[in-house]
Ligand binder design. Structure first.
Ligand SMILES: NC(=O)c1ccc[n+]([C@@H]2O[C@H](COP(=O)([O-])OP(=O)(O)OC[C@H]3O[C@@H](n4cnc5c(N)ncnc54)[C@H](O)[C@@H]3O)[C@@H](O)[C@H]2O)c1
Length: 347
């Protein structure tokens, strides 16, 4: 079959990538979707089992930093569109092994840009999926796309560095790049190192929510289906060279998130909620909030459709129905959560 478009998704086996790939494969049978993913320890090939036999889907297990492999893909596959999501994403690990983040997030992006720019087939769009964390923490101000980047951890620093590379290709080679900077995305299948699935998984195993630090942290959350609709809108209507903030405006204090999940899952009265919380040490420098202004994306016609309670219930339901999809977060050495007694000692 002759396909109308060939889309390369890097990191397509990860949390957001697997939702994006599933959506593209199902909704666009006349597009060919190629997923390039190394299958890092924080992703599961089971995330894509519903589409793996579909004729318009192909999977390549490989490293985005391998120029030979990536160059070969661009020389042979006539790629029209790239959604570049492959990355190291866990902020805490980025303090422990920043060089891995530098390699995958920066070098991987450079390799992809170079191979795409040298490809015989002309690329229509290169969409780089970045994060609101590149702005650094915002106390009273809201960041728009012209706000300076002030990343405050190695993860966000490498995402910012990759953005600059992407922009430089846009400038130098008139390359059709677009950057998205989104809030925290949540939903079914997210690996349990992120706060929402971690709390849900701990509560389902009758363990307490481990709240890191005592400062009043909050995060803005966007449901994954809304994120996917924003990516597709940016693909069709986004202006080349532009950056789009992507956010729902839904800011949730972490204590409030824990309370909601405890009430939803444990069904306890208000007076017993604190019995399901445990305070553990935070990393030394933590950003309290990342507020962003999303008017530019709204002007393209996008609105978040899934309200917070509905999205959270849908997420909880998925983890209830798939209890063994991910390892127990408290046994998982990769997550390396601090022990409560260390926190008490630090006090
Ligand atoms: N989850 C969020 O809240 C959020 C918010 C804003 C932006 N983002 C960005 O979206 C993208 C996807 O995030 P996610 O939450 O789905 O993360 P994830 O960790 O679930 O997925 C990342 C994927 O990249 C793959 N990968 C890692 N190294 C690779 C390599 N060398 N070569 C090929 N593939 C490799 C992993 O195997 C994994 O499947 C990332 O770029 C992240 O920075 C995420």
């Amino acid at each position: 079959m002759g396909y109308k478009r060939t889309v390369l998704v890097t990191g397509g086996s990860g949390f957001i990538g697997s939702h994006l790939v599933t959506h593209l494969v199902n909704r666009h049978p006349d597009w060919r979707i190629i997923n390039l993913d190394i299958l890092d320890s924080c992703c599961s090939p089971r995330s894509l089992e519903n589409v793996e036999d579909r004729p318009n889907y192909s999977f390549i297990q490989g490293d985005v930093c391998s120029f030979r492999l990536v160059h070969h893909i661009f020389n042979t596959q006539n790629i029209d569109v790239i959604f570049h999501l492959a990355a190291k994403t866990h902020v805490e690990s980025s303090f422990k092994c920043p060089s891995d983040f530098q390699r995958v997030n920066v070098e991987g992006t450079r390799v992809l840009l170079r191979a795409a720019q040298q490809a015989p087939h002309k690329l229509q769009r290169f969409i780089y999926v970045s994060t609101d964390e590149v702005y650094g923490p915002g106390i009273d101000q809201e960041f728009d796309e012209l706000s300076p980047m002030r990343p405050s951890n190695p993860y966000s620093a490498t995402k910012a560095a990759a953005e600059i590379l992407v922009q430089s290709y846009g400038e130098k080679y008139e390359f059709p790049v677009i950057i998205t900077r989104s809030n925290n995305i949540y939903g079914p299948r997210q690996y349990t190192e992120k706060v929402i699935p971690r709390f849900i998984s701990l509560l389902h195993r009758n363990q307490k929510c481990t709240i890191q630090g005592t400062l009043p942290k909050s995060r803005h959350f966007l449901f994954v289906d809304d994120a996917i609709s924003a990516f597709l809108l940016v693909l069709e209507k986004g202006i080349v060279g532009e950056i789009y903030n992507m956010g729902s405006g839904c800011e949730v204090p972490i204590m409030h998130l824990a309370t909601e999940l405890i009430q939803m899952i444990k069904k306890v009265p208000d007076s017993a909620v604190s019995d399901w919380m445990e305070f553990v040490p935070d990393r030394p420098q933590v950003d309290l909030r990342y507020p962003i202004h999303c008017e530019k994306l709204r002007r393209l016609g996008w609105r978040a459709q899934v309200d917070w309670t509905h999205g959270l219930r849908q997420t909880v339901k998925w983890y209830e129905e798939n209890p063994n999809f991910w390892p127990d977060p408290s046994d998982d050495p990769k997550q390396n959560l601090p022990k409560p007694e260390e926190f008490r000692a630090a006090l």
